[in-house]
Design a binder for this molecule. Structure first.
Ligand SMILES: Cc1ncc(COP(=O)(O)O)c(C=O)c1O
Length: 464
């Protein structure tokens, strides 16, 4: 995919770029403000408006406005979001939240959160290393370690930052970081920060991974393989046993990100190892987040006592960051307790996800490789179609987020449905019906892109 593509319209970018920059040529409103005489300025200060990423963003907005597609981002939800969401005082059937087990507004979780505030206040008020340590931190870490039968666990204040900090810290220029091509941005950022040799292998392809290890492993000191237990965009799984075999053969560590797997996979929601019958100790580094099933925010790492001790004394994102906010730890503990007490939530989530996935596939939608466990994409093959489809569904009372280029390649543009155990059969069936109607409307509006291109004098890409 060329970086020149905008909503799949190949020549659009140049034209819009010119339009936008000519509209913003004047420097009067800029941060530099023209306070110095020209002769005093050694290097002109760049303006934020000129940042290429900002310009691309504005171009996308111009394009969406021209096509009459409403902005689906930063919609304001007025309460807890689960199977439904209150937006603009209207209740929508909602498929855009990670609230897989419907615990983010659960009374027990709220109770645990409030009790934590009462006991500890709202902030840890310091890094844990230097006086921010609270009883509830170790309580939560012990509970999470228990899931993986691991020696220990450490929690950090952000899931994204956990990957960045841990991967960025543990590996260096002499090391090898191999990651699935579809791994989450946080792992890629961590790998980039590490300065290691970083190679992406084709999605879920353990044989391709083995070939890379064969060619590269001996030239490096440490090696790590990064996977997700349940891929966040496609809702599919790696064959974990195969990856364990490969990593054992080539002396590499295996790190598995369970962000969308905990609470979703396995009979009791313990994740991919439970679903695939793998001994959790076969994985060297378990990573996960508190922002999905655990109704809070933050990340965790589980593994050997030495690994956790090392991270607790040296990972910058832990040592130089405040300890997890006690109420967030309380929410996560409360959620773990609910997951254990009510395993029906996990089976219900899977049942409803399969109902949606199978229903959509039966209606001819492309659901990709989703296994039907909480994440189901509806691949539209074009960002414009994805944005339009989301807008049509929104009109019909259904809130689902489109995933557009550049978040995914243009041909993989999609709607991503997050299911919850609280979705009813009726809500799912109503959504399937609305999907069919909305898709027909999107197809009927099909020539708008061509009209737009003609108006702007653009040449369309093949996929339009
Ligand atoms: C696979 C994966 N890892 C890590 C993260 C980052 O976690 P958080 O959003 O809790 O910061 C996400 C976010 O959704 C994710 O999908």
């Amino acid at each position: 995919m060329s970086s020149n593509r905008l909503f799949g319209l190949s020549a659009a970018k140049d034209k819009l770029l010119k339009d936008l920059s000519s509209r913003r040529q004047g420097r009067d409103g800029g941060a530099s403000g023209g306070r110095l005489a020209d002769a005093d300025v050694m290097v002109p200060m760049p303006r934020f408006e000129e940042l290429p990423g900002y310009r691309q963003m504005k171009q996308q907005k111009v394009m969406a406005d021209t096509l009459g597609i409403p902005n689906p981002f930063f919609r304001v939800h007025q309460g807890a979001s689960g199977a439904t969401a209150l937006i603009g005082n209207r209740e929508y059937i909602n498929f855009s939240s990670y609230n897989y087990l419907d615990l983010a507004g659960h009374p027990h979780v709220a109770e645990r959160t409030k009790a934590a505030v009462d006991q500890y206040g709202t902030s840890a008020s310091a890094s844990r290393v230097v006086s921010g340590e609270k009883t509830i931190h170790r309580e939560l870490e012990t509970a999470i370690a228990g899931i993986y039968e691991a020696e220990d666990c450490v929690v950090m204040v952000s899931g994204h930052a956990t990957n960045v900090s841990v991967i960025g810290h543990m590996f260096g220029p002499k090391d090898l970081v191999l990651h699935d091509a579809l791994i989450h941005n946080s792992a890629v950022q961590g790998a980039q920060l590490s300065g290691s040799r970083r190679i992406a292998f084709p999605h879920n392809d353990w044989e391709a991974l083995e070939k890379i290890l064969k060619a590269e492993r001996r030239a490096h000191e440490k090696a790590v393989i990064l996977l997700e237990g349940h891929y966040s965009m496609d809702g599919d799984l790696p064959d974990l046993a195969r990856f364990v075999e490969v990593k054992n053969r080539w002396g590499a560590w295996l790190m598995v990100d369970e962000a969308h797997s905990l609470g979703v996979l396995g009979e009791t929601g313990h994740g991919i190892f439970e679903a695939q019958g793998i001994a959790p100790g076969d994985i060297d580094i378990w990573m996960g987040t508190l922002s999905k099933t655990l109704s809070g925010c933050g990340g965790y790492i589980c593994g050997s006592a030495a690994l956790i001790e090392y991270l607790k004394f040296s990972a910058p994102g832990f040592v130089y960051s405040v300890g997890m906010s006690p109420p967030v730890a309380g929410a996560a503990l409360g959620s773990l307790e609910m997951m254990k007490a009510e395993p029906w939530r996990v089976s219900q989530l899977n049942k409803q996800s399969a109902r949606f996935r199978d229903g959509a596939a039966a209606r001819g939608f492309d659901v990709g490789p989703s296994v039907g466990a909480a994440i189901v994409p509806i691949i539209t093959g074009s960002s414009i179609k994805a944005a339009r489809l989301a807008a049509e569904l929104y009109e019909r009372g259904i809130n689902v987020q489109p995933i557009l280029y550049p978040a995914v390649p243009e041909k993989s543009a999609r709607l991503r449905f997050f299911l919850s155990c609280a979705h009813t059969d009726a809500q799912i069936d109503q959504t399937l019906e609305a999907l069919t109607e909305s898709w027909a409307a999107v197809q009927a509006a099909g020539n708008t892109v061509k009209e737009l291109a003609a108006r702007l004098g653009m040449v369309l890409g093949d996929d339009n």
